[in-house]
Design a protein around this ligand. Structure first.
Ligand code: GLV
Ligand code: GLV
Length: 321
């Protein structure tokens, strides 16, 4: 049994595969595989361990219907046509939970970096423009007691809310498809309509999955309803915000700042004006990039491969086949 792995992954996952007697091929080049290359590689393997946003669409799945399992080293599976996989009886696995803390840390980091213009100041020093102490310039805002609004309050959003409560005593409001009673009891979260989430949040952080319902949800009309002093944080998926509209909202001071770990499109162009704005902090999709999260993700992805190749139900499965 052989697995194709689309990137170099942490040793925790590889060791599990070796111990299970599974061979693997890693794509070790620092470039994306084209859809044709991915299909060609999978033809000679029994399973796929996919890292990054490879399109696991119906065309791919039909061309590779021999695959016994497709295991994503990611929590989000918006890049997969799950109904097509289910119809072809291909189990899809993901890695929920282990990256919640790391991703929440990233959102927290972006909130504070945005509020204090930290990334911009770092750049200014690098240009030799330290300047002198001016009491009225480079002012940020304090997060203490501000309202945190979360769209998609699940594991990651709850981890963020706990940090925000501990650090800054921030009350929590949220909007979800379904009420999160655990969060209401544990964290005093208050459920609000999407409109009220826009209107009442001082920091609005996205932790929903990318679906037709959330795609493009943050456009000019949405930003227009947010507070002028608010900060928009996206560590979920770039496709949930319209980046031109976000830039316009920042330029017109419709909102105060933005922190992005995901951009639309990815990668962000190096000349994007957002990169030069004081109230903006951007990271290159590193939400889960910690030793702890990535080794946990590699382990779970390998466990899904091992189960799938044995024809067993995946321990962390997305679909029922
Ligand atoms: C990363 O974006 C993930 O979905 O795990
Ligand atoms: C600032 O550095 C101060 O001393 O107030």
């Amino acid at each position: 049994m052989k697995v194709f792995i689309t990137r170099i992954i942490p040793e925790t996952g590889l060791e599990l595969l070796r111990n299970a007697g599974i061979q693997y091929t890693e794509h070790r080049e620092k470039r994306h595989l084209s859809p044709e290359e991915l299909i060609a590689a999978c033809k000679t393997h029994d399973a796929l361990l996919s890292v990054g946003g490879n399109k696991i669409n119906a065309a791919f799945l039909q061309a590779c219907s021999h695959l016994k399992v497709v295991s994503l080293m990611a929590v989000g599976y918006d890049n997969v046509d799950v109904p097509a996989a289910t119809a072809l009886k291909i189990p899809i696995g993901n890695t929920p939970g282990v990256l919640s803390n790391a991703t929440a840390d990233t959102a927290f980091l972006l909130m504070l970096a945005t509020a204090r213009k930290a990334f911009y100041m770092h750049k200014v020093i690098g240009r030799g423009e330290w300047g002198f102490f001016e009491p009225t310039t480079n002012l940020g805002i304090e997060l203490n007691g501000r309202t945190l609004g979360v769209l998609g309050l699940g594991k990651i959003g709850m981890a963020l809310a706990k940090k925000c409560r501990g650090a800054f005593d921030m009350p929590l409001i949220y909007h979800n498809r379904h009420r999160n009673e655990e969060a209401e009891q544990l964290l005093g979260a208050r459920y609000v309509s999407f409109e009220d989430l826009l209107k009442e949040s001082d920091v609005l952080s996205l932790h929903a999955a990318l679906t037709p319902e959330t795609a493009g949800k943050f456009d000019a009309a949405a930003f227009a309803q947010m507070k002028p002093g608010s900060i928009f944080i996206n560590t979920a998926r770039g496709a949930m915000h319209n980046e031109q509209d976000l830039l316009a909202a920042l330029e017109s001071k419709t909102i105060w700042g933005a922190g992005l770990d995901v951009t639309n499109p990815e990668p962000m162009d190096q000349n994007n004006p957002l990169l030069n704005m004081p109230n903006v902090a951007v990271l290159p999709h590193i939400g889960s990039a910690t030793v702890e999260a990535r080794s946990g993700m590699a382990r779970m992805a390998a466990e899904n491969i091992i189960a799938g190749l044995k024809g067993e139900a995946l321990p962390y499965g997305v679909n029922k086949v």
